[in-house]
Design a binder for this molecule. Structure first.
Ligand code: 6V0
Length: 333
């Protein structure tokens, strides 16, 4: 650099106050690339490492992102099929996944993804032993459990993106219904990511006003049907996007980047993410990961919020836990 710049004085540079951060994204398909590009535009990392099994596609994606350097905050972008490129990561985000073969059972697909994780997680843990693992690949709750097992990491450093995305869809639909800003809507979907997720109606508030109590006081009929339709729309929305455009990408990209920010910048924000749920809300019978509102910071999962669940909600959580445990017991690992 001395070729271009004449030093103005000889004193050593002060040590940087901002920590150097490195994020690795495994799997550069639709989801991995949406996450990578959101990380870049939001200036969340000094270094970004990409890994995929397809070398050409991977290099193409890396070059395409590098060519945006003039328009983005400075980030060193590297890519390789070799996991050594991930060395020293603060956060590893796993989006690699096998695609369902027509007629294939979900269990068979899951077993193939478990086999894939056996190749992915041990090298990640080896090269970045102090990192936090964020699993996005589906079925996210079971694969987060698998990643926890394969990594040997403490459970606070293994997180599934879980229902953070479902909750954002939920907040969007409520905001749309009430004509308010989704960021003012507090609402959580917890439990299993997907069909059996649980909407926490009693905790919904808009600008601090608890919605159900408010409707009650105004003697506005409790619109149970409307609320249930909103939850149904959340569950259906992923299928709808996939049937229309073939995959989902932008919202999961923002969702994962939102989690990355809370973790790496130690924001201590509450997010519904997949965590080791044993012992919460009467969930017992084994190690199982499910989404619960969790506080995230530099140490990973700092704690789980003691949110009030109705007996029905808690019962549904326990049923999801039981189903997941049954699936886990059928896997070869
Ligand atoms: P995709 O576009 O098929 O990308 C998957 C990528 O994984 C491809 O680029 C593959 O080459 C790569 N891959 C396969 N095997 C390996 C391997 N051994 N090592 C490294 N890379 C490998 O799928 P897409 O990006 O659309 O989805 C990825 C995963 O995210 C799927 O499991 C989705 O179901 C899941 N999603 C999870 C969401 C969530 O909220 N948790 C949301 C959306 C999608």
């Amino acid at each position: 650099s001395q070729v271009f710049f004449k030093p103005i004085h000889n004193t050593a540079a002060p040590s940087p106050t901002k920590r150097h951060t490195k994020i690795s994204v495994i799997g550069t398909g639709n989801v991995g690339m949406a996450i990578a590009q959101t990380i870049l535009t939001q200036d969340l990392a000094d270094e970004l490492a990409l890994v995929d099994a397809k070398a050409d596609k991977l290099r193409g994606e890396m070059l395409d992102l590098q060519h945006a350097a003039a328009f983005l905050p400075r980030t060193k972008i590297q890519a390789s099929t070799d996991y050594s490129v991930t060395v020293g990561s603060d956060l590893c985000i796993v989006t690699a996944g096998a695609r369902q073969i027509p007629g294939e059972s979900r269990l068979n697909l899951l077993q193939r993804n478990v086999n894939l994780f056996e190749k992915i997680i041990p090298p990640l843990a080896k090269y970045s032993p102090d990192s936090i693992l964020m699993i996005v690949s589906n079925p996210v709750d079971v694969l987060t459990y698998i990643a926890w097992k394969l990594s040997g990491f403490p459970s606070n450093r293994v997180i599934g993106s879980g229902t953070n995305l479902d909750s954002s869809r939920f907040r969007f639909l409520i905001a749309d219904h009430l004509d308010v800003n989704a960021q003012d809507v507090q609402a959580y979907i917890v439990g299993e990511h997907g069909d059996s997720s649980v909407a926490l109606w009693s905790s919904i508030s808009v600008g601090g006003v608890p919605i159900l109590t408010f409707l009650d006081k105004q003697q506005i009929a409790y619109e149970k049907e409307t609320l249930e339709n909103i939850h149904k729309a959340v569950v259906d929305s992923a299928y709808e996007v996939i049937s229309l455009k073939g995959y989902t990408s932008w919202a999961i990209g923002y969702s994962a980047a939102n989690l990355a920010r809370s973790i790496l910048r130690d924001q201590r924000k509450i997010h519904p993410v997949s965590v080791l749920a044993k012992g919460f809300y009467g969930i017992d019978g084994g190690d199982v990961f499910l989404s619960l509102p969790s506080q995230l910071g530099r140490g990973g999962v700092l704690g789980v919020t003691n949110v009030h669940l109705t007996e029905e909600e808690a019962q549904r959580l326990r049923e999801s836990a039981k189903t997941l445990l049954e699936v886990q017991s059928q896997l070869g690992i």
